[in-house]
Design a protein around this ligand. Structure first.
Ligand SMILES: Nc1ncnc2c1ncn2[C@@H]1O[C@H](COP(=O)(O)OP(=O)(O)OP(=O)(O)O)[C@@H](O)[C@H]1O
Ligand SMILES: [Mg+2]
Length: 240
């Protein structure tokens, strides 16, 4: 029997991304395998979003190579990306999720039941019939997570999903992320929030100017960063 197709590990082999004369990602070599959540941290412009877009296959290396489960074809099988600001269809919350399922070729007769289950999973059952664009920012982000989970991902990429949320909404999103991680989904999440790193991360990839400066267990990163740049970042100094 053939092994099932998997997207993991995602491997970067000396990947460079350029936009005109600007180098956005600079000879990055990194392996993202299953396991505890990986947090991608670093100052604005470090390349975090670009790294996630590369993982998703939305950006392509200018140089170097990437593989997903050993394949060079970036066609996503079981991965999903949630952006900082979700884009909602002009339909109900429920229809937004159902649309995602239909597009993932989910068996038609099961779409309704699965939609109910996914809305439940993100705590939005009561708002199922509300137009998605009339949900609060936090509710929209939870809906975006439901849509991402509808793809039954083994890899869930999250680009600062709580950056514009208040503490209560942040906590709801973090609970969904934690539950997803516990169910075996590999989380790769960009964040600026060191409290969030402490609460959720297994390991940290610290980026600066398109390169990975440090990769370490979250606890070590917070207590004992090994580069001066990471130490400054953890102290809250401006790192540019
Ligand atoms: N298409 C593009 N053309 C030119 N420069 C770009 C392009 N896309 C990204 N960049 C630059 O690449 C750098 C990395 O961007 P990226 O969005 O990956 O950083 P980031 O770490 O996610 O930053 P932030 O914390 O602000 O979200 C930035 O300096 C950005 O301006
Ligand atoms: Mg970003």
């Amino acid at each position: 029997m053939r092994a099932p197709i998997t997207d993991l590990p995602v491997m970067f082999d000396s990947v460079t991304v350029r936009a005109g004369a600007t180098t956005i990602i600079d000879r990055l070599t990194l392996t993202l395998a299953s396991g505890s959540p990986t947090f991608v941290v670093g100052p604005n412009g470090a390349g975090k979003s670009t790294l996630l877009r590369l993982c998703m296959g939305l950006a392509r290396p200018t140089e170097g190579q990437m593989t997903w489960g050993g394949r060079t074809d970036p066609k996503p099988t079981r991965r999903a990306l949630v952006f900082q600001r979700p884009v909602m269809l002009r339909r109900t919350a429920s229809a937004n999720v159902a649309y995602g399922l239909t597009h993932a070729d989910y068996p038609r007769e099961k779409v309704a039941a699965r939609t109910v289950e996914l809305l439940e999973r993100v705590g939005l059952s009561e708002l199922a019939m509300r137009p998605a664009r009339r949900l609060s920012g936090g509710e929209q982000q939870r809906l975006a997570l439901a849509r991402a989970l509808a793809r039954d991902p083994e890899l869930l990429l999250l680009d600062e999903p709580t950056a514009s949320l208040d503490p209560a909404a942040t906590r709801s999103v973090e609970e969904i992320v934690r539950a997803a991680a516990q169910s075996g989904i590999k989380i790769v999440m960009a964040s600026h929030d060191l409290g969030q790193v402490r609460r959720l991360a297994g390991e940290v990839v610290f980026m600066l100017r398109g390169a990975v400066l440090e990769r370490t267990l979250a606890d070590d990163f917070l207590k004992n960063p090994s580069t001066p740049e990471a130490a400054a970042f953890v102290r809250g100094d401006l790192v540019v």
